[in-house]
Design a protein around this ligand. Sequence first.
Ligand code: PMV
Length: 323
Amino acid sequence: MELRLHPRAQAHGKTIVLGEHSVVHGYPALAAGLPGGVTLTASPRPDPRQPSTLRIPAWGIDLELRVESEHPVARAALEVLGHCDGPLTGWAIAAQSTLLPGAGLGSSAALTVALARLALGPHADVGAVVEASLAGERIFHGEPSGLDSQVAARGGLLRFVRGQEPTPIPLSEPLPLLIVPSGVERRTAVQVAQVRARVERLPALGRPLLEVLGRSVDEGIETLRASKGPHDRARLGEIMQVAHGVLAALGVSCAALDALCSTALRHGALGAKLTGAGGGGCVLVLPGDDPRPIIDAFTQQGHAPISFVLHGSSPSTASPTLP
Ligand code: PMV
């Protein structure tokens, strides 16, 4: 049978609303699909024995997918395609991405999910797509919880526990949020190892911190489900504040992220926290009624806030758009 790729595939970016790091240790997390993500197109090369290529201009990536390659993107891409019994040579794959790479917005999971869909097709079982994505994600992140791949494949707002089917979370009202990239790069695997080391050194302190993060998820979900206006949004903001403080206590905030959170709060945000692995990457901001002073303050500081509205099952963009 001739091995083929499908001509086009897509996957979402993501932001973690609550529960990063504790999710690695078995607690729940709440994460949202971003409206933007990765779109791949595939076309056959003239000779099927030629190495496949992967071009992602937005990330400065232009690779030949050779088995001997040490580039993590090439290794991950071949791993995903191999996992799907897809063709390993003879295809030119091009990506369009609205996601900043390495910023905790799920860029690698979006890429690996889209690659799996190129091989398995648009109607493939989402569980199979996630499994294939994880084969590539392990190359990037060691032992990922699987949260990123689930959100990249499904979108919407999901409660996720490692090893379980995610639960879609409906919202009683749309929730406007801002993501602010710090511009500081970090590696998820390094941040995850740092948390593990702290919890191992100081288990009597570290384990309760992870538990509080886990509890923040269900407190947050309860608040979102019941939300009927400013009072409930303020409560969610407070939960985000607690989560940021606990993540800082676990050692994964940094001066740049703390400064972004302070700017947001000084200009009327109800809550602000790091999102993703921390140590850099992005913060997530819950604005009050008027997000403009917050957006203006960040813009004046040279940041490019990303604004989006969460609708529970399917988020949609507002301006400013994803970069
Ligand atoms: O790669 P990031 O920045 O989105 O972080 C992933 C979230 C962690 O909980 C820190 C790791 C994981 O595997 O869930």
